[in-house]
Design a binder for this molecule. Structure first.
Ligand code: ATP
Length: 900
């Protein structure tokens, strides 16, 4: 079927048209649309979004809850009870089944909502021209006719007809499968040109990997090629986390154990010549007792709440497993610029072959002086300075604009700082001719060049790492004329460069060249035989909070390695400022010369890697992961995408990161701030601790139930707890307290322990021991309560056992708040949710014991005040024992009785 415009007329084959024809067709020109027109078009064409796959409906989510084996067992149990003439039992079980489904439904729906909310936060931005001005808008608001600016690293936001391109290359793999980047340039193409060869079009869903360009939006949303062929949505994949898989396995294992024990007990019971129906009920009770029904719900809810908490700490989790991996991170490889430093740059010194000047001023305000010594100078009167400033301004994409909050830079801060310096001198790019060609910057080249027509010929303006430029320069501008660059001057400049860098300044050089007529323009032919102009020293102060975060990492056993494209001396100076050792620092070139084993050894002590490229980052990950390290790696550029994918957790910068980096990451660092990564790690550790706390707590409760049931059976007593009562404990009272345990604040020393081993199971051997000891204790205590009463009044005896077990559990939950610290150390009231959960559980139990309808359903009978008192007294030692154990252990460990 031929594509149609919303008006019903067939859409043209855009690639066959000229730029003028496209302008006519989309009703727009190079001054962009007006805001009013854009709004009208948005109404007409709809938002620029791909149709989302419909989320599962509420009913579907609810019905899914009935798929588990446990539910099937319970429904059979209910049917059996009904047939055996116990309609109330049957109804009670069914009510619990529905309650379980409602709980499961609400937690799953909530988790879905959290993920949905995250998806919405991953909005894409695009730069368009509206009302004749450049504006950054949410890509969903783009309409056909919008004039879009495409920059390196951006995801193409719609289908675009290109009218201007400078070295524009696009990765079209998501659309065509073609893995190498495709060159894009304006100009009409013959009809029938296949999609993959339409070089005058940039398609939605592809990524700009080089250069920049402009073009008109010709199709948005589902009308784009991407929307039409795929109908795909940009969903964040719903992945399971390693922890969730561990939990699933645990659930399955417990299910099998449940069946085994239940079958065995039924056989024993039958041998004891008990009735078939009674034994059937015992079997069902046991199956219910073994499985921690509340656990999956509590885990999912805790993770969902955790994602929101991470977001508050500026860590936007893109893949669920990331929140867990974050807690296990053992080494963080971080960029310097913008992550450890503020990325608020300003040129403070400029060195040319003739002179050195200091530059004054504040922020991006383009007002300041050039001082030689103490004396102000006019930079435009000095030919060397003037040419230096002109070149860094022309070889530049940043623009400066006055906005409400002050001056703002569009573009990178490094380039912005250079524009500000040039404007302080009174230069402007307004009257510059259109550039003819560009060789873009990337962190491997460490330089960029833009060619402009000048007079009769063409001049290449270049900026980049000074040593890279010096190596390509044969001449220098000195005393207003171009003279050969002597070795002596080269060495003097390099020495001065080192001096700048040792002060932590970021140093950027400039060079230019009048191009000989008739040469072919390639990076190799153009970027050689240059005239060196000088370099600028740019300050980029370290973030104050980064030093503290690095200290925290050290105490938490996490290695921090600064991996930067910047100069080794600059990197080392900044590292020292931040309290990172610069000893044994390596450059990319040195790293290449090392074998894997040597590098592995060196990385144990090296904290600074400078002048590295994206390939070096990959190698570092390879070598570090030999040691089973859990590696967090930050990145922002297009080139960083492979490293971000390869690291255990790839972290893309939220502000300066490209779309390409964000899409390859597991987590986006909203504020680009290193300290937020560390906050995320702390949160990850807290979550993991809490999940292991409530898992152990719930399992100890299950052991208690099993011991009570099996023990009573072996002692020849009647069934001690009926299935509904066990379900009530597992789902309601334990569920509440377990959920509250998930909100436990981080332990005081959460960042003073070494990272956990990612292979380690959440249930260690000592965990099993604690679960077993406490479980057996609670089980025996429950039997004890039951034994004294069952012969007199079975219902009351069961109610005592039932209520007793709950009260014992409420003491027990306090044991699990910390595995190491007694309550007075963590604070009785430091988890208010748990206090509420305990009071809530008691209130619910009172309801069950005293309200007649619950008596009927849950087989309970009213208790006296003394009964409650007795149970409270009997349970107290459970807590006391835990406390005494922790206090003693702390004393033994610290070696001195006074220090705990
Ligand atoms: P980090 O890797 O910590 O973010 P970085 O920004 O210095 O630090 P790159 O972006 O890889 O790392 O830059 C490497 C070098 O390239 C810089 O030290 C600088 O000399 C040079 N450089 C950076 N930006 C530009 C630019 N826009 N144009 C020309 N050269 C640049």
């Amino acid at each position: 079927m031929e594509a149609q415009s919303p008006g019903g007329t067939p859409l043209p084959d855009w690639h066959t048209l000229s730029a003028e024809e496209v302008e006519r067709e989309v009703g727009a020109d190079l001054s962009g649309l007006s805001t009013g027109e854009a709004e009208a078009r948005l109404q007409r064409y709809g938002k620029n979004v791909l149709r989302e796959e419909a989320r599962e409906s509420r009913l579907q989510v609810f019905l899914q809850q009935f798929k588990s084996v446990l539910i099937v067992i319970l429904i059979i149990a209910a049917a059996a009870s009904f047939l055996a003439g116990e309609p109330l039992d049957a109804a009670a079980i069914l009510i619990i089944v529905v309650l379980n489904a409602i709980l499961g439904y609400s937690q799953e729906w909530q988790a879905g909502e959290a993920i949905e909310a995250l998806r919405k936060m991953l909005v894409q931005h695009a730069v368009v021209v509206r009302d004749g001005e450049r504006r950054e808008i949410d890509a969903s608001g783009m309409v056909p006719g919008d004039l879009v600016l495409l920059e390196m690293g951006e995801r193409v936001p719609a289908d675009i007809y290109i009218v201007e391109a400078t070295s524009l290359e696009v990765d079209e793999a998501p659309l065509t499968g073609e893995s190498s980047p495709v060159d894009k340039a304006p100009g009409r193409l013959p009809a029938g040109t296949p999609l993959a060869e339409r070089s005058n079009m940039a398609f939605a869903g592809t990524t700009v990997v080089n250069g920049h360009g402009r073009g008109f939006v010709v199709a948005t949303g589902m009308e784009t090629e991407f929307g039409q062929i795929a109908g795909l949505s940009q969903r964040v994949a719903d992945e399971t986390t390693p922890l969730a898989r561990q939990m699933d396995r645990l659930g399955r294992d417990l299910g099998l154990i449940a069946l085994g024990i239940a079958a065995l007990v039924v056989v024993v019971g039958l041998l004891q010549q008990r009735g078939l129906l009674e034994m059937f009920l015992v079997g069902v009770s046991l199956a219910v007792a073994v499985i921690p029904e509340g656990l999956p719900a509590v885990v999912t809810l805790t993770l969902a709440i955790g994602i929101k908490t991470m977001m508050r700490r500026n860590c936007l989790i893109r893949h669920l497993p990331a929140s867990e991996t974050l807690g296990a991170v053992s080494v963080i490889c971080t960029d310097k610029t913008g992550t450890l430093t503020r990325n608020e740059m300003a040129v403070v010194r400029v060195r040319t072959a003739d002179t050195e000047v200091a530059v004054t001023g504040a922020g991006y305000l383009p007002i300041g002086e050039f001082l030689a010594g103490e004396k102000p100078v006019d930079p435009l009167a000095d030919p060397g300075l003037r040419q230096f400033l002109r070149t860094v301004l022309l070889c530049n994409h940043a623009t400066l604009a006055l906005e409400e909050g002050g001056w703002r830079v569009f573009g990178t801060p490094t380039e912005g700082a250079l524009v500000v310096a040039a404007e302080k001198a009174g230069l402007s790019r307004d009257d510059a001719p259109e550039p003819e060609k560009e060789f873009s910057f990337n962190s491997t080249r460490k330089r960029m060049t833009i060619i402009y027509p000048e007079g009769e010929g063409d001049v290449a303006h270049m900026k980049g790492a000074p040593e890279v430029l010096l190596a390509r320069s044969s001449r220098v501008l000195r005393g207003g004329s171009v003279v050969p660059l002597t070795d002596e001057l080269r060495d003097a400049l390099l020495a001065e460069l080192d001096e700048y860098a040792s002060q932590g300044l970021r140093v950027l050089g400039a060079a230019c060249r009048t191009l000989p007529a008739g040469i072919e323009w390639t990076a190799d032919t153009v970027e050689t035989d240059l005239v060196f102009l000088g370099f600028a020293g740019i300050v980029d102060p370290p973030r104050p909070e980064a030093a503290e975060a690095i200290r925290l990492c050290r105490s938490a056993g996490i290695d921090v390695i600064m991996i930067t494209g910047d100069n080794p001396l600059t990197a080392s100076a900044i590292a020292r400022d931040l309290g990172l050792s610069s000893e044994g620092a390596l450059t990319g070139a040195e790293l290449e010369a090392l074998g894997d084993d040597e590098l592995e050894e060196r990385l144990k002590t090296t904290k600074v890697l400078s002048r590295v490229t994206a390939e070096h980052k990959l190698r570092v990950i390879d070598v570090l992961s030999r040691d089973r390290q859990v590696i967090a790696m930050t990145g922002d550029g297009v080139n960083d995408a492979p490293a971000l994918k390869k690291a255990s957790i790839g972290i893309a910068m939220g502000i300066k990161g490209t779309d390409a980096a964000k899409e390859s990451s597991d987590m986006v660092l909203v504020d680009d701030n290193f300290a937020s990564i560390v906050a995320g790690v702390e949160e990850g550790r807290r979550e993991y601790d809490n999940i292991s706390r409530f898992t152990r707590y719930l399992l100890s409760s299950n052991v208690g139930e099993i011991v009570a049931i099996v023990g009573a059976l072996l002692l020849g007593l009647p069934l001690i707890l009926i299935p509904v009562q066990i379900l009530w404990i597992n789902l309601v009272t334990d569920g509440l307290t377990a959920l509250a345990l998930g909100l436990e604040p981080a332990e005081q020393d959460v960042m003073q322990r070494r990272p956990r081993d990612p292979q380690e199971s959440i249930l260690t051997r000592s965990a099993y021991l604690v679960i077993l000891i406490l479980g057996v204790w609670l089980g025996l205590l429950t039997i004890y309560v039951f034994m004294g009463l069952y012969a007199v009044d079975l219902d009351r005896a069961r109610t005592m056992a039932f209520t007793g077990l709950i009260i014992f559990e409420l003491y027990n939950v306090l044991n699990f708040r910390s595995f190491r610290f007694p309550l007075h150390r963590i604070g009785f009231f430091s988890n208010p949710a748990l206090i509420l959960a305990i009071l809530g559980s008691l209130a619910l139990q009172a309801l069950v014991v005293y309200v007649p309808i619950f008596n009927a359903f849950l087989g309970t009978a009213p208790l006296t005040f003394a009964d409650w008192g007795l149970l409270a007294l009997l349970g107290l030692p459970v807590l006391l024992a835990g406390e005494v154990y922790k206090i003693l252990r702390l004393r033994v460990r610290s070696g001195s009785p006074a220090s705990s």
